[in-house]
Design a protein around this ligand. Structure first.
Ligand code: ADP
Ligand code: UDP
Length: 236
């Protein structure tokens, strides 16, 4: 497998072409951003941890019946994935109130929601990723009703699986963001990453935050928090 030219450099990852037309290589960086790119920094070894944690979880999800873009971990920071056309939605699943939901609805952080919340944001940095509903998604032609149905079904499946899996290692899954893509043959698969950058993970006993909120909120200790997630999930 040959790594060819860079296609895209995002805030946290780079995407490269390969000599296989249907495969890309994703390369994870230590760069961290928050507040829609206004706050910038680095978290030492974040790229390694996010790569390895994402792949570990994607493999488990694939085995549990959720199709993913994962193909093979190539190195600490690089992973071979199926090339997809990303559906421009940030799909957010919430079990416990936190972050923007707490602000919007006046709920204290940590309040248990009576049922799971599914939200969609239109992926557009210039617009600040505005929240949209299924009517906006249809009106914009972002996804068909059937595609959105599959995305919702997979998102709830990921939530059930991860909540149970993380409970066993003493982590409470507060909320998370997923991205989906379409492969060349039109199959919808889970893409992008599942990591402390994109999930809120709280220690089940102490409720200590073990995710990117430590960076977003200038709490400190983000490196140790990411290391702790890697240790609990991969044992190293
Ligand atoms: P951002 O674009 O938000 O700064 P990243 O730095 O994480 O995000 O960049 C990675 C980019 O690669 C994202 O835009 C993501 O949607 C995209 N991506 C993730 N998985 C795939 C894939 N399998 N095929 C094509 N693009 C992907
Ligand atoms: N999230 C993400 N990328 C984004 C926005 C949110 O990965 O661009 C994740 C975030 O880590 C959290 C969940 O989605 O797990 C919900 O985030 P929220 O809407 O509360 O946003 P925030 O408080 O970060 O503004």
């Amino acid at each position: 497998m040959e790594k060819l030219e860079q296609l895209y450099e995002g805030k946290a990852k780079k995407v490269f072409k390969t000599d296989e037309p249907e495969l890309y290589i994703v390369d994870y960086k230590d760069d961290a951003t928050a507040l829609n790119g206004l706050k910038k920094g680095t978290i030492h070894n974040k790229g390694i941890i996010n790569n390895r944690v994402t792949n570990h979880l994607m493999k488990l999800l694939e085995a549990d019946g959720v199709p993913t873009h994962f193909v093979e971990e190539l190195s600490d920071r690089e992973t071979l994935v199926k090339k997809v056309t990303i559906i421009p939605l940030e799909v957010i699943v919430r079990n416990i109130a936190a972050g923007s939901l707490s602000k919007r609805l006046g709920l204290p952080e940590g309040a248990k929601l009576q049922s799971t919340v599914l939200e969609f944001c239109y992926k557009d940095d210039a617009l600040g990723d505005p929240m949209v509903n299924e009517y906006h998604i249809a009106a914009l032609g972002v996804a068909t009703k059937e595609e959105l149905g599959k995305i919702a079904e997979y998102s709830f499946h990921v939530n059930r699986f991860l909540t149970d899996y993380l409970k066993d290692v003493g982590i409470e899954l507060i909320d998370f963001k997923l991205e989906f893509g379409k492969t060349t043959d039109g199959t919808i698969v889970l893409a992008d990453e599942i990591s402390p950058d994109t999930c809120r993970f709280w220690d089940s006993k102490t409720h200590e935050k073990l995710d990117k909120d430590r960076f977003r909120r200038d709490m400190g200790g983000e490196e140790d928090a990411y290391k702790e997630i890697m240790k609990r999930l991969l044992g190293e």
